[in-house]
Design a protein around this ligand. Structure first.
Ligand SMILES: NC(=O)c1ccc[n+]([C@@H]2O[C@H](COP(=O)([O-])OP(=O)(O)OC[C@H]3O[C@@H](n4cnc5c(N)ncnc54)[C@H](O)[C@@H]3O)[C@@H](O)[C@H]2O)c1
Ligand SMILES: [Zn+2]
Ligand SMILES: [Zn+2]
Length: 364
């Protein structure tokens, strides 16, 4: 029997989110229903609400989540009811041209649930990033459930998007390794995870750049060796000064704006790497002298989801968390109820939080 549960939707562009009844079908072949325990509020949810991703309203928001599998459909073998899982938006297909080349982290045909969740009047919902997890129960493809060791769902659920994206931007996409110099522009949840990743990978100089002094303080706790307040000084000059006049080996842009991308471009050393993990809105443009693109060499990369492979990376990061080597708790600024998502967007906008995390009744 389909179940009716409470969930948070964005009905139309820019309108405040609403808590409504959501109808969740029973899992069909290859699908699973997951009882959501916790779900972080990511900047990408706000992009959806503002129409910055696409126009397929109404959206069921939320996508950084952990919970327990309640039921699975026909043919599902990878997870079973009772499993504690982190939801992912990269359920790799194993068959597309990326997967065939042995590069499943770029899979071009990732799986989502085939059936749709809906409003009680039958209007189908578009789940954010193919997940939709500001809801008591959600329907996903079974491959979107990554089984991990038991841990606080509010902390490890963040691996489902922003923290994985930031960590992987530095370590997977940027290839940060021991002795590297790294600069991270934008120290929200994503940027701080890039800083933490750079530290774990052995970077020796880690420069945190933000326009908000509070964010720079937190960035130090995650491993920044130096901080630059871009509202007070030129970040390109400052990063060069901190790296022997040369620029950083890897610069991670975790804001998604043309001016910060340009800073990242010029703040890297010759042959260095720029990683764009911040998500730009569709109208944003950059103009760069082509001779500088050529003359500086190196690599300009973008990082979707930190080029992660959930089955490889989530259990490893949960291990690091359980061992006390990766402080996921430090990303959780506050635990909120499912009715508080709109207020959390305001706090995110004001820069007051790293992550507000919705914790469901019963899982608190
Ligand atoms: N690529 C991916 O797979 C992926 C996944 C999740 C999130 N994201 C994106 O990453 C970006 C960051 O997400 P977040 O959750 O950390 O957001 P956030 O709003 O918490 O953090 C953004 C940070 O950038 C800082 N900032 C703003 N303007 C700046 C400037 N001019 N110079 C320096 N710093 C500046 C802000 O003060 C803030 O600390 C967003 O664009 C989000 O959509 C990407
Ligand atoms: Zn594939
Ligand atoms: Zn996200």
């Amino acid at each position: 029997m389909p179940q009716t549960v409470q969930g948070v939707i964005a009905r139309s562009k820019g309108a405040p989110v609403e808590l409504v009844d959501v109808v969740v079908p029973d899992p069909g072949p290859g699908e699973a229903v997951v009882q959501v325990q916790a779900c972080g509020v990511c900047h990408t949810d706000l992009h959806y609400r503002e129409g910055g991703i696409n126009d397929e309203f109404p959206f069921l928001l939320g996508h950084e989540a952990a919970g327990v599998v309640e039921a699975v459909g026909e043919g599902v073998t990878e997870v079973a009811p009772g499993d504690f899982v982190i939801l992912n938006w990269r359920a790799v297909c194993g068959e597309c041209r990326a997967c065939a080349k042995g590069e499943p982290q770029y899979c071009f045909a990732t799986h989502n649930a085939t059936q749709r969740m809906a409003l009680t009047d039958g209007t189908e919902l578009s789940p954010a990033l193919g997940i939709g997890a500001f809801v008591e129960k959600t329907l996903v493809a079974a491959g979107q459930c990554t089984k991990v060791e038991d841990a606080d769902p509010a902390a490890v659920g963040l691996l489902g998007c922003g923290v994985m994206a930031g960590f992987g931007a530095a370590v997977n996409t940027g290839g940060v390794t021991r002795g590297d110099s790294v600069a991270v522009i934008g120290c929200g949840g994503v940027g701080d995870a890039a800083i933490a990743g750079a530290r774990i990978a052995g970077a020796t100089t880690i420069v945190a750049v933000d326009v908000d002094a509070r964010k720079l303080e937190t960035a130090k706790a995650f491993g920044a060796t130096h901080t630059v307040d871009a509202s007070a000084e030129d970040p390109v000059e400052a990063i060069r000064a901190l790296t022997g006049g040369f620029g950083a080996d890897v610069v991670v842009e975790a804001v998604g704006r043309p001016e910060t991308y340009e800073q990242a471009f010029y703040a890297r050393d010759l042959a260095g790497t720029v990683v764009l993990v911040g998500v730009p809105t569709p109208e944003k443009q950059v103009t760069l002298p082509m001779i500088d693109i050529f003359g500086r060499g190196g690599a300009l990369k973008s990082s979707w989801y930190g080029d992660c492979l959930p089955s490889r990376d989530f259990p490893m990061l949960v291990d690091l968390y359980r061992q006390g080597r990766f402080d996921l708790d430090a990303f959780v600024t506050e635990r909120i109820g499912i009715g508080d998502v709109e207020a959390a967007f305001d706090k995110m906008h004001a820069g007051d939080v790293l992550r507000s995390v919705v914790v469901m009744e019963g899982a608190r």
